[in-house]
Write a protein of this length. Structure first.
Length: 204
């Protein structure tokens, strides 16, 4: 299968095997380079981030304006569970937000990106969600939880609307250390950012 044909293939709703975090696609090329590593559909990731942003925003409004904290207590627990599921099994078929987000873009041409940095970003999301779940359900209120919540919503907005994954950028910084020895630590990034950076570095 040619690279152009593979790039235009319809994204499968489920990974193969079904409970794999991500999967390799034979003959896939990204940014002109063979993608011999697991990939995820960036369009589905951004749709999922948009859904979590909506849920977080509703809970934040209830807590901030009306001091009604039950929604944010529930949402933070759901987020923690959802991030954990995504880390272990990918966005389908067990992640509620992942399933809906993947379904929403099912008819769009996929935008394949490396799965490794997404998993790293979601691990950060899991840590933050767990922390927020604990402090909100312990009835901790004030500037600290509100600031963290607002920061998280900002990051969700950046990914869903601008395609900027801050966790992925942090991963790229970490990936340049000696902890990684394989080229798979810098798989394709959304919008060809990694490819553009590699070109600039090669020209230096």
């Amino acid at each position: 299968m040619s690279s152009e044909a593979t790039d235009r293939t319809k994204a499968p709703f489920l990974t193969s095997p079904v409970f794999a975090f991500a999967e390799k696609i034979d003959g896939l090329y990204i940014d002109g380079n063979p993608a011999d590593y697991p990939v995820v559909n960036e369009r589905a990731v951004r749709a999922t981030a948009g859904l979590t942003l909506i849920a977080a925003s509703v809970a934040f409004v209830y807590a901030f304006f009306w001091q009604y904290y039950i929604p944010i207590k529930v949402v933070t627990v759901v987020f923690a569970i959802d991030f954990a599921i995504r880390l272990l099994f990918g966005m389908t078929p067990l992640s509620p937000f992942g399933v809906i987000g993947t379904w929403m873009v099912r008819n769009q041409r996929p935008d394949w990106v490396g799965a490794t940095q997404k998993r790293f970003a979601w691990s950060i999301g899991l840590v933050v969600a767990l922390f927020m779940a604990v402090i909100t359900n312990l009835n901790v209120t004030g500037n600290i939880p509100f600031t963290i919540c607002f920061l998280c919503m900002t990051l969700m907005w950046m990914e869903s609307t601008l395609g900027i994954c801050v966790g992925c950028k942090i991963y790229r910084v970490v990936a340049k250390s000696r902890f990684f020895s394989s080229h798979e630590y810098t798989p394709a990034c959304p919008g060809g950012v990694c490819a553009n950076n590699n070109v600039r570095e090669a020209q230096k």
